[in-house]
Design a binder for this molecule. Structure first.
Ligand code: SF4
Length: 700
């Protein structure tokens, strides 16, 4: 038998925000086409490198669970929050596309007519392309008539974006990851790039080999600690205090860049007064870090000469997440560590298109390009572009939408490529909210936990099956290309969104992603200079690019900041305790996160056989002393319980976590971490406090 012909197709990794370029090697054609292996390409973000997810996580598009035909809930089948993965499809019947689309759109239209436009909401996806994100938010704003549209950035970096927009006028990174080549000092706080952005971590390790000093700050000793010059294992919840004490040292010891502060910033006096209240000697017992170590790190960072800061959800997912980012911005501004190669601020973005989905407008209070819904002049521009009157009411965010659904104020939702029945805090609450909706339309690859609660399910496209632009954590816009044909009757996401729009009365007739991108460029001034032709030929174009002939800006803020007066702004902060502190009933602290082998809620990687074989079962990390105190051995089955729920899973003894803390991944439906987390919100970024709640651990 002749071997099927092999084809090599250049595209992107479907997982994290590093945005690795890769070549897929495919055997066979049509429905028999199969990815055999992949290899890294020499892309600007990865230089040929890939991590285990990119290299081995390509199996999910052809998993047996893949949805290949539209599904409609059978009449009389109730939506149960006790999700039953054993018999998931029994509640649904197969439908034609016309039938499913008519049903989906009619339900949305019925709710709008009965209760008004704000009874509807939509979640778009950071796993989809820029074109899909743009179309989705346009559908919600113009077809539903509300700005109730959001996506998973609300759960990861909304607080960082709020602080960055407020402080320096741009929510994106100032410098790309690979600027670590030029850095003398690299600060990583509240991030675990070795697991979550492994290729980015590899460049950090290379910088350390070259002589850069890496300072890692994290309550959990993550793998990057092995490469760190200093590792600061601060107490959970002491992050703002620690950052203020670093700022205090810089001010006390005269390490500030006064010329930079005078020429390019405002508000320093108030921040200085706030920071001076936290000398490291005074807060040692709070942070758990020796004062002399804080002083040494502060001097290192300030003196650089070039110092760069990376951060992640360890500090963004708190009710004081915005304050954490305000402190990091202040550190960069007060030392002039921004606007040059090897300096700056880099919130490591999670999903492969979370930067682009935010840029494209999947944000309830902002139109594309972070233009405020509440601004009448901006609204008028979008009304002209989209030839439709628009609401003047900023929309609700992810958790607020769940609250409104439970209260009966939101009655219908359209969820594309997101899985809030696994990703939201306090899942019992979120699942009850989803189950209580009168009409839920879900568009996805699989019967996700969210899709199990749907009225109609629309089978969508994976990254390996479509053309689309994706914006990585470095602001690089890159194209995915179809590697496999769509299976069965699955359809491109942009096509499905357009079909819903047409049925809601919108005269949309886009021919495909290139035409959508052309309109997106008119809505996003920062993408106006990026052409589809350039994406097809140059492989990666840096945003922002306001005009076609404008040079690329891999480093932002060299001359000024994109604020109304061109200056950056200090914002004074003080420590705010977590919403729920340990007590006699729930004496430990729970933090959640990701693992190297799995991606977010697991919908893709748990269906990628190689990855699931590596980490197939739920687990939590507990300090050996805490296990010993309960006469438990590593590997014991334990029960974790908070005021919101309880789960049972394996406990692994792990000295990387502090005594009194438990860490667990949130990708396992069998022991869903978010049944335990609590939904208190940061008041500015509206991000939930996934990274801290009180928990009780006991033998099962
Ligand atoms: Fe994919 Fe991120 Fe790994 Fe690169 S680092 S291969 S983008 S998961």
């Amino acid at each position: 038998v002749a071997e099927p012909a092999m084809r090599a197709i250049d595209s992107l990794c479907p997982y994290c925000g590093v945005g690795c370029q890769m070549t897929y090697h495919v055997a066979g054609d049509g429905p028999a086409a199969k990815i055999v292996h992949v290899e890294g390409r020499d892309g600007p973000a990865n230089a040929g490198r890939l991590c285990v997810k990119g290299r081995y996580g390509f199996g999910y598009p052809r998993h047996a669970h893949r949805l290949t035909t539209p599904l409609i809930r059978r009449p009389g089948i109730p939506k149960s929050v006790d999700l039953d993965p054993a018999a998931p499809l029994a509640a649904f019947r197969e439908a034609t596309w016309d039938e499913a689309l008519d049903f989906a759109a009619a339900g949305l239209a019925r709710i709008k007519a009965a209760y008004g436009p704000h009874a509807l909401a939509g979640f778009g996806s950071a796993k989809g392309s820029n074109e899909e994100a743009y179309l989705f938010q346009k559908l919600v704003r113009t077809g539903f008539g509300t700005h109730n549209v959001d996506h998973c950035t609300r759960l990861c970096h909304a607080s960082s974006v709020a602080a960055l927009l407020e402080g320096i006028g741009s929510g994106a990174v100032s410098n790309p990851v690979r600027d670590v080549e030029f850095a003398d000092v690299i600060v990583v706080i509240g991030a675990n790039p070795a697991s979550n952005h492994p290729v980015a971590a590899s460049f950090m390790k290379n910088a350390v080999e070259r002589g850069a000093k890496l300072v890692l700050m994290d309550p959990r000793e993550t793998p990057l600690a092995r490469h760190a010059y200093r590792y600061l294992q601060f107490r959970p919840d002491a992050d703002v205090t620690l950052l203020l004490s670093l700022a205090c040292v810089i001010i006390e010891e005269g390490l500030t860049d006064e010329a930079f502060i005078a020429a390019r910033t405002t508000g320093f006096d108030a921040f200085r007064a706030a920071a001076l209240a936290y000398p490291p000697e005074r807060v040692e017992a709070i942070t758990g870090i020796a004062a002399e170590t804080v002083r040494e790190v502060a001097r290192l960072y300030a003196r650089g000469p070039n110092s760069m800061i990376f951060w992640g959800m360890g500090i963004s997912q708190h009710i004081h997440g915005t304050d954490n980012s305000r402190c990091l911005i202040a550190l960069a501004l007060m030392t002039g560590q921004i606007g040059r190669r090897g300096t700056g601020l880099h919130p490591l973005r999670g999903q492969n298109n979370v930067q682009g989905a935010s840029d494209a407008g999947l944000i309830p209070m902002m139109f594309p390009d972070y233009q405020r819904v509440a601004d009448p002049a901006i609204r008028a521009q979008f009304e002209a572009l989209w030839e439709t009157p628009l609401s003047d009411v900023p929309g609700l965010t992810v958790v607020e939408i769940m609250d409104a659904a439970l209260a009966g104020d939101i009655r219908g939702m359209y969820i594309e490529g997101e899985n809030p029945a696994m990703s939201d805090p306090d899942l019992a609450h979120a699942r009850a909210a989803l189950a209580g909706l009168e009409h839920l339309v879900v568009q996805d690859l699989f019967l996700t936990e969210t899709a199990m609660l749907a009225d109609v399910i629309l089978p969508a496209s994976s990254l390996m099956e479509k053309t689309g632009s994706f914006t990585n954590t470095d602001r690089l816009v890159q194209l995915s290309r179809p590697v496999l044909p769509l299976p069965g009757d699955a359809r491109p996401d942009w096509w499905i969104i357009q079909q819903i729009a047409q049925r809601l009365g919108l005269a949309w007739n886009y021919a495909g992603p290139a035409e959508i991108f052309d309109e997106l460029r008119r809505a996003l001034p920062s993408y106006a200079g990026i052409t589809w032709a350039a994406l097809e030929t140059e492989e990666a174009v840096v945003a922002p690019k306001f005009a076609v002939d404008e040079p690329s800006q891999p480093v932002l803020f060299e001359a000024d900041f994109p604020t109304s007066n061109g200056r950056a702004r200090f914002v004074a902060v003080g420590p705010l305790p977590a919403a729920e502190l340990p007590d006699a009933d729930y004496p430990m602290v729970l933090t959640t996160g990701r693992v190297l082998e799995h991606w977010h809620t697991g919908s893709m990687t748990r269906r990628a056989d190689v990855l699931d074989a590596l980490e197939p079962l739920p687990w939590c990390s507990v300090h050996p002393d805490d296990l010993a105190a309960q006469a438990l051995a590593s590997g014991a089955s334990v029960r974790l319980e908070t005021r919101r729920g309880a789960i049972v899973l394996e406990a692994r003894a792990d000295e990387a976590v502090q005594r009194g803390s438990v860490f667990m991944p949130f990708c396992y439906v069998e022991a869903a971490a978010n049944l335990l987390t609590q939904p208190a919100l940061d008041p500015f970024g509206k991000i939930p406090e996934f990274k801290y709640c009180a928990v009780k651990l006991s033998a099962e």
